[in-house]
Design a protein around this ligand. Structure first.
Ligand SMILES: NC(=O)c1ccc[n+]([C@@H]2O[C@H](COP(=O)([O-])OP(=O)(O)OC[C@H]3O[C@@H](n4cnc5c(N)ncnc54)[C@H](OP(=O)(O)O)[C@@H]3O)[C@@H](O)[C@H]2O)c1
Length: 173
């Protein structure tokens, strides 16, 4: 199972501004978001991100699997692809493999990404770096102690001011 992260970041590495308004995201980030989710067919996110996207902006609407991390056992969705779970990253990976998935993408937020980074289950990261600096905001990772080393795979200019950086995470030996 190959797991990727697809995430927009400010030029100083934050994933959200303190206003928590996503008016800094380019159309190209949005196009890439839809495209990678539809290609991977399995999408993982935290409940806060789900609450922002549901119902109209969830990337999978009919087919595939949308995994939403939450401790809320009463959570329900009208979207047939959604599975709510409080399972750990390894169990989620096994569940997706049983459903026949060979790849998945994590689309945020910080807690969901950290859950998978913490146990070394992320293979690729796609950063879409937008041309903004935030004085304060949300870092990408939370409560992750170890460092990961990355191999740059590609740099793609998405528009006049936005670049996508694709890194592979080096596996620790
Ligand atoms: N820049 C980008 O591309 C991008 C993308 C997505 C989101 N964002 C931003 O990121 C922010 C949200 O990030 P976030 O870190 O606060 O929230 P998040 O990861 O989206 O969701 C956090 C919630 O998910 C559940 N959760 C997370 N890890 C869990 C685990 N291991 N087990 C069980 N439940 C778990 C908990 O929900 P319960 O409380 O229900 O248990 C938790 O409160 C927003 O500001 C959003 O705008 C940015």
């Amino acid at each position: 199972m190959r797991i990727s992260i697809y995430i927009a970041i400010s030029a100083n590495g934050l994933i959200s501004n303190s206003r928590n308004v996503p008016d800094w995201l380019s159309p190209e980030y949005g196009q890439g978001f839809v495209s990678i989710c539809q290609k991977m067919r399995a999408v993982i996110m935290g409940k806060t991100t789900y609450n922002i996207l549901t119902p109209d902006h969830l990337p999978l609407q009919k087919e595939g699997t949308t995994v939403v991390l939450t401790t809320d056992e009463q959570a329900k969705s009208d979207n047939p692809t959604v599975v709510f779970t409080k399972s750990k990253a390894t169990e989620i990976t096994e569940m997706l493999e049983k459903k026949g998935h060979t790849e998945a993408v994590i689309i945020g937020g910080a807690m969901a990404m950290s859950e998978f980074i913490n146990v070394g289950l992320v293979d690729d990261i796609y950063f879409v770096m937008e041309p903004v600096l935030f004085g304060s905001g949300l870092p990408m990772l939370k409560d992750v102690e170890h460092e990961s080393k990355l191999n740059l795979q590609s740099v793609t200019k998405l528009n006049e001011n936005t670049v996508q950086l694709h890194y592979e995470i080096k596996k620790q030996s």
